[in-house]
Ligand binder design. Structure first.
Ligand SMILES: [Zn+2]
Length: 256
């Protein structure tokens, strides 16, 4: 029996048999790990509520034949406690978990920067110190950047000519100059693209000064960009489950 230890965030839980659960975690050193937590659904479980989505935990596993098995858990941060009573922060948190899950396809593939990004976003959402929608969009932009999909915001996505450019096209890769602009491109306000650039680079004073209209428009562009890339990624992987869940469904409704 081989043991290993890591810290991770619980992304998702699924029922397994009568009393067990499969816990999907994003860990610091082992990337995404799916492991069995035995007896976790019994009232007397020694794991208690520590293995719920949003839990940031220190875990010991042993390597099983098919799935690894959780043997010890300690809570580092219970981010869920700060989220459950605020619908906007909760749904933003669910979107962080689901996106992290969908961006890490392979078990054990290192995802240290994404792990730091997820814990940072959940901490900001749980503390409520920043606008939830800005925290989510900053997370999504940076997570896409790690995946190599960051939208072009200041230069043309096609020819690289410096902007800002008044058009945005998701399949083209972001902002596009008037010469490269494909038909059907969006025409976001210049302020919106500046907001997205500020979120990508962590310039919070600029981001928090943005108007409500720019925030709304920016969220729409980020969501469209993410959706397009995730769908392409899923199409390229025939074994991945095709049916996309709505973002808010990241948490297993059945906690029984
Ligand atoms: Zn161009």
């Amino acid at each position: 029996m081989s043991l290993y230890r890591d810290t991770g965030v619980v992304l998702r839980v699924q029922k397994l048999g009568e009393a067990d659960r499969i816990i999907t975690m994003l860990t610091r050193r082992h990337g995404k790990v799916r492991a069995v937590a035995k007896g976790v659904r019994r009232m007397t479980s020694r794991f208690g509520a520590r293995l719920e989505p949003f839990g940031h935990v220190d875990v010991q596993f042993y390597t099983g034949r098919t799935l690894d098995v959780v043997t010890q858990v300690q809570t580092l941060d219970a981010f869920g406690v700060g989220l459950v009573n605020d619908y906007q922060r909760y749904t933003a948190g669910c979107a962080v978990l689901e996106t992290a899950d969908r961006l890490t396809l392979e078990q054990g593939e290192p995802a240290f920067r994404l792990y730091l990004l997820v814990t940072g976003a959940l901490r900001a959402l749980a503390e409520g110190s920043r606008d939830a929608s800005l925290v989510l969009d900053a997370f999504l932009l940076r997570a896409m950047s790690f995946a190599g999909w960051a939208p072009a915001l200041t230069e043309c996505a096609r020819c690289g000519v410096p902007g800002p450019h008044p058009a945005f096209n998701v399949p083209a890769g972001g902002s596009v100059c008037p010469r490269c602009r494909p038909p059907g491109s969006a025409s976001p306000a210049e302020e919106t693209l500046s907001l997205l650039a500020a979120l990508l680079h962590g310039e919070w004073s600029v981001a928090e000064a943005a108007s409500a209209g720019a925030r709304r428009e920016g969220s729409g562009l980020v969501a469209a960009h993410l959706q397009w890339h995730l769908e392409r990624q899923l199409r390229s992987l025939p074994l991945v489950e095709r049916r996309a869940k709505p973002l808010a469904a990241a948490v297993d409704k059945d906690n029984g």
